[in-house]
Design a binder for this molecule. Structure first.
Ligand code: SF4
Length: 343
């Protein structure tokens, strides 16, 4: 049974540049959100609201998390995020507290900041270890253009809420700004954002751009040079985190890629074995492996006439190097490795 078949509200763990190996928790149905951002990689918002509800049963979410922690548990962060705005779940605070009782893995929340004006939401978020809020605009005109918010949301209240949250929360705040060419990257907007950042005082500011297919085709990415220019204007602690999306991935589910990389981070596997373990057609796995080997995240190694795939990227580099060193040092090691591959 694949991860996706086993869990309804958990996803990943996904390889996140900011959080390492991040176990995602999805607390709202797809595209239930306060915003309808032009750059949203999930498409247009289908249910735009500011009403906090128990959109998915909190007990079921916690049961899944407990199961994951018991049977796998490998993650650097447990992250409330997913396919909409997590603070819309009215039991978010309770779920954060329960998650922290279940594990020592730090708990993070990704939020678009829309409900930061609400003291109750800020109180609930303050139960987490790290908050990753977004702020894409500092003028109302740009706010409406880039985030297309629910009609009862006001930018000044959101920025004020972020400022108050900084005073109330002792954990880390990593603010993300998604830059869209010609929409929120002009001199005036960047100067206003710089002023807002000075008020909010986040620990880090991450600059991103439209590297994945957006909700609206006209939402275009900034070039690397343009991103660096914005970084220079904002000054420290701004840093660029945008990662280019490579063509072979466009036709594949990112969760599938993540699951495959996780799988071969633990054991080198043949294409057929990956296909078998993931219950996925060999042609799809072959396409995915081509993209991953082209991008340098996975290496193909021939051993005893068979091609094995090994994950090499970032967090797995150490483990993969260990595998590389031992593989195939001797026939005994190779035999052990083969036995490890048995289901
Ligand atoms: S806040 Fe996030 S989920 Fe909502 S529309 Fe914007 S990018 Fe999409």
């Amino acid at each position: 049974m694949t991860f996706q078949q086993k869990y309804r509200y958990l996803f990943g763990p996904v390889r996140s540049r900011r959080l390492g190996l991040s176990l995602g928790i999805d607390t709202v149905p797809n595209k239930t959100c306060t915003f309808n951002c032009v750059y949203c990689q999930l498409g247009r918002t289908t249910y735009q609201t500011i009403l906090r509800e128990e959109y998915v049963p909190a007990n079921d979410v916690m049961t899944e998390l407990a199961d994951f922690l018991e049977y796998d548990g490998r993650a650097d962060y447990v992250t409330f995020s997913g396919s909409g705005e997590p603070t819309l779940h009215r039991k978010l605070g309770e779920m954060i507290v329960r998650a922290k009782r279940l594990t020592n893995i730090p708990v993070a929340v990704l939020t678009c900041s829309a409900l930061m004006y609400d003291a109750q939401v800020r109180h609930e978020l303050a139960q987490a270890d790290m908050i990753l809020p977004s702020l894409d605009a500092a003028s109302p005109r740009t706010f409406y253009a880039v985030n297309r918010p629910h009609g009862r949301l006001y930018l000044a209240e959101i920025i004020n809420g972020l400022r108050q949250f900084r005073a109330e929360f002792s954990g880390k705040i990593w603010l993300e700004i998604m830059l869209v060419k010609g929409v929120n990257d002009d001199e005036e907007e960047i100067a206003l954002l710089r002023r807002a950042i000075a008020e909010i005082q986040p620990d880090k500011v991450h600059l991103n751009t439209v590297v994945r297919p957006p909700a609206e085709d006209e939402a275009q990415a900034l070039s690397d040079d343009e991103l660096r220019a914005v970084q220079a204007k904002l000054g420290p602690p701004a840093e660029v985190i945008a990662e280019r999306w490579t063509a072979p991935r466009l036709s594949l589910d990112s969760r599938l890629i993540s699951e495959a990389v996780n799988l071969i981070a633990r054991h080198p596997m043949t294409l057929e074995e990956i296909s078998h373990y993931m219950n996925c057609k060999p042609e799809i796995i072959a396409l995915m492996l081509k993209g991953l080997t082209d991008s340098g995240e996975v290496e193909a190694r021939t051993h005893r006439g068979q091609v094995f795939y090994v994950a090499l990227a970032e967090e797995n580099a150490g483990a993969a190097a260990g595998v590389a060193a031992a593989w195939p040092a001797s026939s005994a090691v190779a035999k052990l490795a083969d036995e490890d591959l048995e289901p």
